[in-house]
Design a protein around this ligand. Structure first.
Ligand code: CUA
Length: 184
């Protein structure tokens, strides 16, 4: 009965039941399989990205993004009025997250490789590039650098997929991809 203390109180001296041992074995093996899947998806699954991450002061990131945007803005987006920055092919690209926007918008060329720098100025946001399966948690103080090469032209939405308050659902950015030498 549970109201009385058990006779054998030092439980780790008791023999482990066979069935329990089997379950410990199954759970351990499953853990090993799940761990191997992380490696497998990284190599073959086109999911877990090979990105880099660095510590950065949010003020410094804001300043770099503003300088980048000032230098490379080619037009205002016709729907939103946001600046659209078109950096030289192969260059560094900046996009920041803050309540509640991704800023600026970008125009990249198909087949060119860029280094996309992402960070947040306030709290946690989620970078989700539609309709691809690219998702990154974006935190203040941490800068992701993603090496990316667009393979298709078009207009790709960036939505925030970490709940970040009242304007979360309006936090939408955009990356335009155009043929090399062309403009949107
Ligand atoms: Cu930013 Cu949700």
């Amino acid at each position: 009965m549970a109201i009385h203390p058990p006779e054998q109180t030092i439980w780790w001296n008791e023999r482990i039941e066979r069935g329990e041992l089997v379950w410990i074995g199954v759970a351990f093996l499953w853990g090993v399989i799940m761990f191997s899947m992380m490696v497998y998806w990284h190599i073959d699954g086109k999911q877990n990205l090979s990105n880099e991450a660095y510590r950065i002061d949010p003020g410094v990131f804001e300043q770099r993004t503003e300088e980048f945007t000032k230098k490379f803005t080619v037009r205002e987006d016709k729907n939103t009025g946001y600046p659209v920055a078109k950096p030289p092919a192969g260059g560094d690209v900046y996009m920041l997250a803050r309540l509640w926007e991704w800023w600026p918008m970008l125009e990249l060329e198909k087949g060119q490789t860029y280094r996309l720098h992402l960070s947040s100025l306030d709290w946690q946001h989620g970078f989700s590039l539609q309709p691809t399966n690219i998702n990154l948690q974006v935190h203040p103080g941490i800068m992701h650098v993603v090496t990316l090469t667009p393979t298709e032209t078009g207009s790709f939405g960036v939505v925030c997929n970490e709940f970040c308050g009242l304007g979360h659902h309006q936090m939408v950015g955009r990356i335009y991809v155009v043929e090399a030498g062309k403009s949107q």
